[in-house]
Design a protein around this ligand. Structure first.
Ligand code: FES
Length: 168
């Protein structure tokens, strides 16, 4: 059981101490994930990529898993905050395999850029720097579920269904 964090907090903000204390209480074990995300949310009001990366690194979990939990449970608020969240990976492997093209398609079809939410509040678009599942490149997290080798048509179709209130 570890007692020290292995990844430094994203900033000097003292609130990270609360988050680190939560992980320490659990010996930085992976099953502290939900409780740790709770403490981030309580301290900051939302979860963003830096905080998810910090938690993933210290709990030795793939970032995809942490994004998965953060987008699956309604009690967590991702920033930006839409009813649905689509996280496109733009790490090196995913970029090479078409991640940038996926973002371009989303911008083209929905006029939606990373960090934005559709005007109706239905869909937020986020980017990650590597979800830790490079073998699945290009990878996208749809509301908590990691999808691999994502084709533009499938991605656009999924977002359209979200916008039209159809099942994902
Ligand atoms: S670069 Fe996308 S999962 Fe690693």
């Amino acid at each position: 059981m570890r007692s020290q964090p292995t990844v430094a907090p994203p900033s000097e903000d003292k609130r990270w101490r609360i988050v680190t204390a939560t992980m320490r209480r659990h010996g930085f074990a992976p099953d502290a994930l939900i409780e740790t995300l709770h403490s981030v949310q309580e301290a900051f009001g939302y979860l963003d990529e830096n905080s998810l990366r910090f938690v993933a690194g210290n709990l030795k979990l793939p970032l995809s898993r942490v994004y998965g939990a953060a987008t699956f449970y309604n009690l967590f608020t991702l920033k930006p905050q839409g009813e649905h969240a689509c996280v496109v990976c733009m790490g090196t492997a995913c970029y090479i395999k078409g991640g940038a093209h996926l973002l371009a398609e989303i911008a083209h079809h929905f006029n939606l850029k990373p960090g934005e939410t559709t005007p109706d509040g239905r869909v937020s678009l986020l980017v990650a720097r590597c979800l830790g599942t490079c073998g699945l490149a290009p990878a996208v997290v749809f509301d908590g579920a990691v999808a691999g080798k994502v084709e533009p048509e499938a991605l656009i179709g999924r977002i359209e269904r979200w916008l039209n209130h159809e099942p994902g």
